[in-house]
Structures are given as C-alpha cells and as structure tokens.
Design a protein around this ligand. Structure first.
Ligand code: BG6
Length: 507
C-alpha cells in the first residue's frame, strides 16, 4: 500500500499529517505528467459538479497522463471531508456522466477534501496548504469556478484574500457575464487578480471530441475546403434540442434562459469552428484570432430573426416565477457578413423538453443547377445533399447524396456515406468534454478555451435581442418548439427529426 492509500479511511479533516510524498507512483507520474495539481472546486455541491466535474476528476485521477491531484471542494454547504466523499459517490452513481468502478473510486476518494465557503479565506488556505503537503510540494493550483456569473467576483476576491493566486490557473464557467457590461467588468475584475494566461474561460462544447473533429475534417483534408463557402453551401443548421427539463436548476435557469445558457455560449462557439478561416497553426493565438474574426463578422442578432419559446408547464415548476418570461427554447437566424459566408443563413435551435436530445450540425449544399432526370425520378425529393456532424460523445459524420436505385430504369434514392467514432476501436480513449478541458487547463493549454475578446464580441452582437426580446411563444413538451420555427427557416426545413436514421454500426 502506498502512503497515499493510507489516507483512505483517515479523518483528513484533522490536522495536516506528515506523509512521505511523493510516493514512487506519484513521482513517476510527476515526471511524465507534469507538476501535481490541487484543484479547488467552487460550487462543489452544485448541479454541474454532481453531473460532470466530480466523475470527470475521478476518472482523470486514474489516468497515467494526469498529474497527481488533490481536490478541495467548497460551497456554502457545511460538510466534513467524509460527508463530501459520500455526496460525491452518491452523485456520481445517481447522475454522473461517467460511472467510476470501485477501484477507480478507491483511488479517487482519499484525494477528495472539503471546506465550507462560510469558514472564510483562511480556512481555504489551510486546506490547500495541507493538500500541497500531501502532494509533496511544487503543486500548481487549478481553481474551478462552477458558480453563476454574479457570484464569480466574490470568489475571485476570496482567492486573492486567501493568497491562492500564485502558481494558479482559474477556470471560469459559462455564461461569462450576463451581457456586454457584466462580461467586461468580470474581465476587468479577473485581470486585477490574474494574468490572462492564468485564465481559462470554458465552453465544454469545444471539449467534445466531435467538435474538434470539425477542425480535423476541415483542415486536415483538401477535399472539403474548396467547397466550404457561399458558392456551394446553401445554409447551415446547428440544432441542439434537449429532452431534459429544468432538473432542479430553476435558480440558475430563470435569470439565464436558453439564449444565454446555450446560444451565446455553445452554439456560437461551435459555429465559429464551422465558419472560421484556416488558422495558421493549432495553437491558441491562431485559433482564437480566426474565431474572433467570425464573431466580429457576425451581424447583430435581430429580434425579428428570433423565435423564443417556453414549454407549457414551465411556470408551474418549483422555483419558477408564475409569470416568468424566461425562454426555454430559442431558434434564430444568424448571418456572418464576410466573403466566405455572405448570404448563407445559419439557423440555430436549442431548447428544453423537446422531442429528442440531439446535437447536430448540418451543412446543406446547393442543388444541381439543372437536372437531366425526368419528373418522378426522385431527384430533390429529399432535400439537398447534406454533410452532417453529430456532436455526441461518439461522434458521427454523414454525407448524403442522390444515387441510383438498383434495377431497371433511373430512380434516385437519398443515400449516405457515414463514419462513426465507434468504428475506430478507440472509443475507450475518448475523454468526456469536461475531462478533456480540465486536463488541458492543468497543462496550461488554452487552444480549446474562449477569449475575453470573443465573448465580448458575442455579447455586443446580442444587444438588439437582449434589449428587445420577442415575447415567448408556448410549445408543448415533447414537440420541436413553437410553430413559428417553420416560418423562420422557410423556404428550407429543419433537418430534425431525421427522415433516415443513422446507421447503427454496432448492429
Ligand atoms: C450546459 C447547459 O452548459 O450544457 C445545460 O447549462 C445543457 O442547460 C448542457 O443541458 C448540454 O450539454 P451536453 O454536453 O449535455 O450536451
């Protein structure tokens, strides 16, 4: 048993113990995976922590590529270390995006510690110092602010008062601010305490394996880039309907709504991967520069190009204002006014309690200018040719086209070429989006994070909508949103629900 494992049953909330760290295991990991890290998790008992962060940190703890880590959870709740461990285990088992095996849990549990925010900065410093000692010194700090934007400034002050800024990095959750003013002042406050290279503004959609595959697909091949523009592409859809409802997140969701929760964050970020010019290198500055150019070219989001919806029954949910105007659904038309995209509409849609949970990007190509095929052959009956990305953890790509139906005569059917990550036998290597991004932040890699300039541009383009939002239209839970979505996209049609299912590679 290594010294670290001796801690398993110990009362780690007691005085700091002198332990022979780093263990041989930790020492060899340190050599290959970098300095050890104390992760300070603010909002440790919140929804995101329960669903994604705790299991993600647990899983990372067990990987050889991860530095040696200790996790200090903190939130308003009063918990001991052991109570926090129980909370973490129960959360992971109940709602965790990744389940941990008993062995993984045994490795993770002793690294989990807790201090209530109510005990003040000094108690946090003490807890972090103890963790650093357990790691044998030389640790870096990674502060993960899984808190609403309003709380973030107070957390930053706490970190300053606690003296936990040196050798630290800070992960800021989305939404970053609530509008242009609050985002700018949050950036200012952050910069009073942290240098820009210490700040990691997270958008977990960019950590999705399949979102990064858009970069590989576009820029590792010569095949698609020549047709990736207004001459060949008719329109683009980024469609992320969710079956999920509020899930006890009313306190967060009520003042936020679908636009701030999903569009100004995830959907626009993914749109930038689709729309940007080829970056000069796979490195943070080059990627951010190209993404920020897309955001600068984005036309202001006009209320008349937006459908806001609210599912019936939302106002009766616990914690929701009975007269709430918060949108649980949004669909909009965006335009990028540059040489590549002028005149190509981008349709974005997302919402809660919709018919299906999907995350797709669909690129519709222009139809053939003239058809030699006779009426009744089937050409054009199933829409244009499409390139479709599925942003699920096991990503998929499909290219659909018209081809000849076998047999006499000339009938045409819509066919497709499909690829699924599941075909590669490497699905076990896929890191869940938060795991990937936490790991990147531990390594100081900003490539998949957003920037102050990009975020501020997006808030700035959002002003017309935020100042003058159209009224929310009701929609039935289990539907695809209010009826107005069809007018918004006409003369095109939403790709979802799919007429043809993805090929099941496991069948
Ligand atoms: C989060 C939003 O950022 O993303 C949630 O706050 C949403 O409302 C979630 O459900 C969707 O992410 P994923 O990775 O589950 O598609």
């Amino acid at each position: 048993m290594t010294p670290r494992e001796d801690l398993t049953g110990a009362d780690a909330s007691g005085p700091a113990q002198t332990i022979a760290y780093p263990s041989p295991e930790a020492q060899s990991r340190r050599n290959s995976a970098g300095d050890p890290v104390v992760v300070v998790l603010f909002g440790a008992t919140g929804d995101l922590s329960r669903r994604k962060l705790l299991c993600g940190l647990g899983y990372l703890t067990c990987l050889d590529i991860t530095p040696d880590i200790e996790v200090i959870g903190t939130s308003l709740d009063d918990l001991t270390d052991d109570e926090f461990r129980t909370f973490a285990r129960e959360s992971i088992d109940a709602v965790g995006a990744r389940k941990l095996t008993d062995e993984q849990w045994e490795r993770f549990a002793p690294r989990l510690h807790y201090v209530s925010t109510s005990q003040g900065p000094a108690a946090l410093t003490k807890k972090v110092t103890e963790a650093e000692e357990r790691l044998g010194g030389g640790a870096r700090l990674l502060h993960y602010l899984s808190v609403p934007p309003k709380i973030a400034p107070a957390v930053i002050s706490t970190l300053r008062e606690a003296g936990l800024v040196d050798r630290s990095r800070v992960v800021m959750e989305k939404p970053f601010g609530e509008d242009l003013q609050t985002a700018m002042s949050l950036n200012r406050e952050l910069h009073e305490t942290f240098a820009e290279d210490q700040i990691f503004r997270i958008d977990h959609f960019l950590g999705k394996e399949s979102a990064q595959n858009i970069l590989a697909f576009r820029f590792a091949n010569g095949l698609f880039e020549p047709i990736w523009n207004r001459n060949f592409i008719d329109h683009i859809q980024i469609d992320v309907p969710e079956e999920l409802g509020l899930d006890a997140r009313a306190a967060f969701y009520e003042p936020t709504g679908a636009y701030k929760d999903m569009v100004v964050t995830h959907l626009f970020q993914v749109m930038a991967f689709v729309a940007m010019e080829p970056p000069t290198a796979l490195e943070p500055r080059a990627i951010s520069e190209e993404k920020n150019k897309v955001f600068r070219s984005l036309e202001p989001v006009l209320p008349e190009h937006v459908v806001r919806g609210q599912y019936t029954g939302y106002r009766g949910e616990e914690g929701v204002d009975p007269e709430s105007d918060t949108e649980t659904f949004i669909a909009l038309r965006a335009h990028i006014d540059n040489w590549r995209w002028a005149g190509v509409p981008f349709y974005l849609r997302t919402g809660k309690r919709l018919a299906e949970g999907q995350r797709i990007i669909s690129i519709a190509f222009k139809e053939a200018p003239k058809s030699m095929f006779p009426t009744g052959s089937g050409i054009g009956t199933e829409g244009p040719d499409h390139l479709t990305f599925d942003l699920a953890d096991e990503g998929r790509v499909s290219l659909s086209f018209y081809g000849k139906r076998p047999g006499p005569g000339m009938k045409l059917d819509k066919l497709s070429m499909q690829f699924s990550t599941a075909e590669t036998n490497r699905t076990r290597d896929v890191l869940e989006a938060y795991e990937r991004l936490i790991w990147d932040a531990m390594n100081g890699d900003h490539t998949l994070f957003t920037t102050a300039e990009g975020i501020e541009s997006l808030w700035e383009r959002s002003i017309p909508l935020l100042e003058n939002p159209p009224s929310v239209k009701p929609y039935a839970p289990g539907s695809w949103g209010p009826n107005q979505i069809h007018q918004l996209i006409a003369p095109h049609a939403w790709r979802l629900p799919f007429e043809r299912r993805w090929r099941d590679v496991r069948a």
